[in-house]
Design a protein around this ligand. Structure first.
Ligand code: E4P
Length: 218
């Protein structure tokens, strides 16, 4: 399972990259705005800076909501770097844009997916990735993990090539559950990734090893 970081913060991206476990980055307009990025030139430069840090795919989300606008924006993003994946919302125009990008050989990530039916449409359109949002479903008392299970099973049964990118992953348990479900990718904040590191018995064991190592040094 690949690990993508869900942020536009360059420092956190560099930190995750330095851990040696990062496979890519996802961004969205909310995450870009949070970093104070605005204006066409700054947006392009920021995506280029992200691509410079990471080795893997970098999702850049279109801001247009109409087909022509998505195509215009997506082509500009895709020309920035071969790592760029054009992120497109799950709408009728979005599905049409994904199908067109797919024919042009441009990688896509279909975002804001909340049902198996939407995931089937994304796969039919030829999306490279589909992003079902776990955390936002949990927020409204639906089981986000059930959706991941369902999509993974449908994609396997139908032989769809689209990769399941579990999004809105908020904590370490989500990551473990996604691995169990057979998701191809998770995207999450740095805190959820580093949360996987911790166990009280690891801390306790290490404290003892440090004490005993000191005795061995004499
Ligand atoms: C997905 O690509 C989105 O950027 C993201 O995972 C949404 O997460 P949130 O629901 O925590 O905002």
């Amino acid at each position: 399972m690949k690990f993508f970081i869900d942020t536009a913060n360059l420092q956190q991206i560099a930190e995750a990259q330095a851990m040696g476990i990062l496979d890519g980055v996802t961004t969205n307009p909310t995450l870009m705005a949070k970093e104070g990025i605005s204006g066409a030139d700054n947006i392009m430069n920021h995506y280029k800076a992200i691509c410079h840090i990471v080795d893997g795919d970098v999702s850049a989300e279109v801001m247009a909501v109409d087909y022509e606008g998505m195509m215009r924006e997506g082509e500009i993003y895709a020309a920035l770097d071969p790592k760029i994946v054009v992120k497109v919302p799950m709408t009728a125009d979005g599905v049409r844009a994904i199908a067109s990008f797919s024919k042009m050989g441009i990688k896509t990530n279909c975002t804001l997916v909340f049902s198996a039916g939407q995931a089937i449409l994304a796969a039919k359109a030829g999306a490279t990735y589909v992003s079902p949002f776990i955390g936002r479903l949990d927020d409204i008392s639906f089981d986000g993990m059930e959706l991941i299970d369902q999509i993974v099973s449908i994609y396997n049964m139908q032989g769809y090539a689209t990769q399941v990118l579990a999004a809105s992953v908020r904590n370490p348990l989500h990551i473990v559950k996604c691995a169990e479900a057979g998701a191809d990718v998770i995207t999450c904040p740095l805190s959820a990734m580093t949360g996987l590191l911790h166990h009280p018995l690891t801390d306790k064991g290490l404290a003892q090893f440090i004490i005993d190592a000191a005795k061995m040094k004499g």
